[in-house]
Design a protein around this ligand. Structure first.
Ligand code: PLP
Length: 357
């Protein structure tokens, strides 16, 4: 379907940021997420920045973010001139929880960005009352969790606004792309204003605010309309791959599989494993052996406050640090065939044997 829709978009001449696939994608994606508005943008980082800018977050404001996330979450706060305030994540979900968030709230706090890291939805049921009682905007960074659920409700409708990424390695992709979903009419209208250079939708070349060019193209939206049609199939293939790896790992005392904390349902973004703290080898030794055998892995994200961009910090982030040291992701993409997966498992067995020898 992607090919057909892209060919249609190209033939129609509507290749830029106006065209029927954009409206169609926004309507279908909002419906899929069980919410009212989807605002399509050019990537997941712009999606985060757009919500914060439209919510009026600026210099002097603080936004609570996890120490354990991809850097885009914190960068979006920095782009606004606001300060990201890092909190450690919980050991079971790997996401920020209500106690750490409450402890980090100050009179300057304006928003909280919870990240559904490696596909596990944060505990929005607990975060929502904390945010509403302090008048804070709750944003879900769902770049990695499309298809996840909490208590049966889909990711996309669990926070005041939810941001998605459609980068090449994401659950749905248009190469680069992003989206914000929300049920807030006013926030959605402001995001539409800001994403189009701040131009008044009813008055061409009249700019009430300074905005950005964060528009998605009709060609990208055409790809996403095709991807959405087969989203269940794409998600279910990823689920099969993740559970195959997890079945393989669950027999190994020196590996840990991620927990899924009820009533959350994890989205199958990437198969994630942890080398146990008592293992006789490190994660880096294991992944180096896997690389020798031709298996490409990714280490978990480093804690952001320890990076030159956001550090140095004298505070410690024990859970984030542990996860970052011990975790890695295995090849997970829907086009992976069963024979390819079996071959990876065979090489995993080899690496595991070699490293224990
Ligand atoms: C948690 C998280 N937030 C934000 C982003 C940024 O998305 P993008 O790369 O589309 O800008 C990503 C992905 O790359 C991510 O994993």
């Amino acid at each position: 379907m992607e090919e057909k829709y892209v060919a249609d978009a190209v033939r129609s001449g509507w290749v830029s940021s106006t065209g029927p696939y954009i409206d169609r994608f926004e309507a279908e994606f909002a419906a899929r997420c069980g919410t009212t508005h989807a605002v399509a943008v050019n990537n997941g980082t712009s999606a985060l920045h757009l919500v914060l800018a439209a919510a009026g977050i600026g210099p002097g404001d603080e936004v609570i973010v996890p120490a354990f996330t991809y850097i885009a979450t914190a960068n979006a706060v920095t782009y606004c001139g606001a300060t990201p305030v890092f909190v450690d994540v919980e050991p079971d979900t790997w996401c920020i929880g209500p106690d750490a968030v409450t402890a980090a709230i100050t009179p300057r706090t304006k928003a909280v960005i919870a990240v559904d890291i490696y596909g596990h939805p944060a505990d929005y049921t607990a975060l929502r009352p904390v945010c509403s009682s302090h008048g804070l905007l709750l944003i879900a960074d769902a770049a990695e969790s499309l298809g996840g659920r909490l208590d049966g409700a889909p990711v996309g409708a669990l926070a005041d606004a939810t941001t998605f990424s459609f980068f090449g390695n994401k659950i749905l992709t248009s190469g680069e792309g992003g989206c914000v979903t929300t049920a807030d009419d006013e926030l959605a209208a402001k995001m539409r204003l800001f994403k189009n250079q701040g131009m008044d939708p009813n008055r061409r070349y009249f700019f009430p605010v300074i905005g950005f060019n964060y528009r998605m193209t009709n060609v990208a939206a055409a790809i996403l309309c095709g991807q959405l049609e087969r989203s269940e199939q794409l998600i279910s293939r990823r689920k099969d791959i993740v559970s195959t790896y997890e079945r393989w790992a669950s027999g190994k005392a020196e590996l840990e599989v991620p927990r899924t904390v009820h009533p959350a349902e994890r989205a199958p973004w990437m198969a994630s494993l942890l080398v146990s703290g008592t293992a006789s080898y490190t994660r880096d030794q294991l992944t180096a052996r896997l690389a020798d055998l031709g298996v490409d892995t990714r280490p978990f994200f480093p804690p952001l406050p320890g990076l030159p961009a956001y550090g140095p910090s004298t505070d410690s982030w024990p859970v984030s640090e542990q996860l970052s040291r011990r975790g890695f992701n295995l090849p997970t993409y829907p086009d992976l065939t069963d024979p390819e997966l079996e071959e990876i498992l065979r090489r995993l067995d080899c690496a595991f044997r070699d490293i224990q020898a």
